[in-house]
Write a protein that binds this ligand. Structure first.
Ligand code: NAD
Ligand code: HJL
Length: 249
């Protein structure tokens, strides 16, 4: 499906929140998701819910264009069958989109997902997306390994230490910027990591999804700084940074 045009104000609005001129050698991490007015990112576990207007969907692809990696949690991987490629580029090219696409990084510690038969594989085979790095807790046996993927074995424990993962992705795959696209569980953890997260970009759709929805609501207070708003047709976008709570008075 073709994207609608990028709003002309968005590149300027987003510029300072993207890894366009990274200031240090650390991996640049952007948290981004679309939520309802009641802070839900889907209408229930196991459900994929469209929240964004086409113009903010295009913005998501603009964000993907600016990152080398795109990371999602296991439930999003299993529920959404995401493609995670980038359909936006400044040249309006529609073929060989793999060169503009970030590398998918998917958390699948217990190997519940198959690349084969997925939308991601389809895009990879059509040269419209890159092949994924699958984060697992144990290397699958030779017979169980899939073609055209990389396994990153995270064998410290079953619970990923994000700092260690980002550092390893940089050292092993030279991934210096990562866009984290969800879901709620992953976002809730990383909202508490001002030390790792450079930017937070939230699309807010004009809808309520109700109390059974999957929430973004971190376990403790999170303060934001450098807050800026863009207002679109039905959605607004909040761009900001996470504040170190110790700094707030
Ligand atoms: N609106 C949006 O922008 C958006 C974006 C992404 C997903 N979604 C929706 O969100 C829902 C899924 O979100 P969710 O919160 O249920 O799950 P999630 O996608 O955040 O995945 C959570 C799972 O990932 C694994 N995981 C997460 N952190 C880990 C860690 N530190 N170490 C090891 N494993 C870890 C665990 O298996 C955990 O149960 C789906 O309905 C999806 O459609 C919406
Ligand atoms: N921006 C945005 N608006 C939404 O309304 C919505 N539901 C998502 N959800 C993000 C989630 O990560 C999806 O899995 C990807 O949007 C998959 O999209 P692709 O198949 O990669 O194009 N994101």
């Amino acid at each position: 499906m073709k994207l609608s045009p990028l709003d002309e104000k968005l590149p300027n609005f987003l510029h300072d929140y993207l890894p366009i001129e990274p200031k240090d050698d650390k991996v640049f991490v952007t948290l981004t998701y679309a939520q309802s007015l009641d802070s839900k990112i889907s209408s229930g576990p196991g459900i994929r819910t469209v929240i964004s207007h086409p113009e903010t969907k295009t913005m998501t692809h603009y964000l993907r264009y600016h990152h080398q990696g795109i990371l999602i949690g296991t439930s999003t991987l299993l529920v959404d069958d995401p493609g995670l490629n980038c359909k936006w580029n400044p040249f309006n090219e529609t073929t060989n989109l793999d060169k503009y696409s970030p590398r998918p990084i998917v958390i699948d510690m217990k190997r519940q997902w198959n690349f084969k038969g997925s939308k991601m594989e389809q895009l990879y085979l059509q040269k419209k997306g890159k092949s994924p790095i699958i984060v697992v807790n144990k290397l699958p046996t030779h017979a169980d390994q899939e073609e055209n993927v990389d396994y990153f074995v995270y064998d410290n424990s079953d619970v990923i230490d994000w700092e260690l993962l980002f550092l390893n992705l940089k050292n092993k795959y030279n991934i210096k910027s990562i866009m984290v696209e969800g879901g709620g569980n992953v976002i809730n953890q990383l909202l508490l990591r001002h030390d790792l997260v450079n930017s937070l970009i939230i699309t807010i759709g004009s809808v309520y999804l109700g109390e059974n929805g999957v929430s973004v609501s971190p376990s403790s207070n999170v303060q934001l700084s450098d807050v800026k708003w863009w207002v679109g047709t039905t959605d607004s976008v909040l761009s900001c940074r996470l504040k170190n709570n110790k700094d707030s008075s």
